[in-house]
Design a protein around this ligand. Structure first.
Ligand code: GAR
Length: 213
């Protein structure tokens, strides 16, 4: 899966999931991986926050946790260099961001070009950023959704692998909408990972994720 897309299906990929908080997507991904919803194997969880509930989920699921404390490093790149070296030791080939609330710099994104996916709780390019569900709800849109995209050097703007829409009903409040979005995320992230790992695809004009098989 180098360069513009994947030149061969990467069915034996070693996968790391990056989290900062609750980790519900991480848990859904691990459970689906164990039921063979997508190939490859989740072998590691990376956290930047030692209080993340995701750590408890990883412990219960028997997935090793790598915590690299960002605070001692003088800048983002110094931190990411250490992270990258650790990932090399683990032979990680695909990274799944799942509520990882740290923006990766171009240095790191280039090291894993086209090998980092992110899930975002809106129909991108609408409602980028860290509070997308609330922003969409407060804006009053009637349709929102979930996006899985390849991470590029921009923020929440890489090529889109999969999107699913969800209607906001008159009965929804922020809590109910959040719960519905999360249920949808737990379904489609695994679907998107399956596409990325088992299909042939390319990125057209740096923008469009296109299947070739
Ligand atoms: C998810 O809704 C994910 O889409 C969102 O954080 C939540 C993490 O939940 N990510 C972003 O907003 C990224 N911009 P989880 O920790 O329970 O998986």
């Amino acid at each position: 899966m180098a360069g513009k897309g994947n030149t061969r299906p990467l069915t034996d990929a070693r996968i790391a999931v990056f989290c900062s908080g609750n980790g519900s997507n991480f848990e859904a991904l691990v459970r689906k991986n164990r039921r063979s919803a997508f190939p490859g194997c989740i072998v590691l969880m990376v956290v930047d926050n030692p209080r993340a509930y995701a750590i408890e989920r990883a412990r219960r699921l028997g997935i090793p946790v790598l915590y690299v404390d960002p605070s001692p490093y003088e800048n983002k790149q110094a931190y990411e260099k250490v992270l990258y070296e650790e990932l090399r030791v683990w032979k990680i080939e695909l990274i799944l961001l799942a509520g990882f609330m740290r923006i990766l710099s171009p240095f790191f994104v280039r090291k894993y070009k086209n090998r980092i996916l992110n899930i975002h709780p809106s129909l991108l390019p609408s409602f980028k950023g860290a509070s997308a569900i609330r922003d969409a709800f407060e804006y009053g849109v009637k349709v929102t959704g979930v996006t899985v995209h390849i991470v590029n050097e921009g923020v929440d703007e890489g090529p889109i692998v999969l999107q699913r829409a969800l209607k906001i009903s008159e009965d929804d409040n922020l809590d109910s909408l959040e719960a519905r979005i999360h249920r949808l995320e737990h379904r489609i992230y695994a679907e998107a990972v399956n596409i990325v790992l088992s299909r042939s695809w390319k990125i057209v004009k740096g923008r469009k994720f296109v299947l070739c098989d």
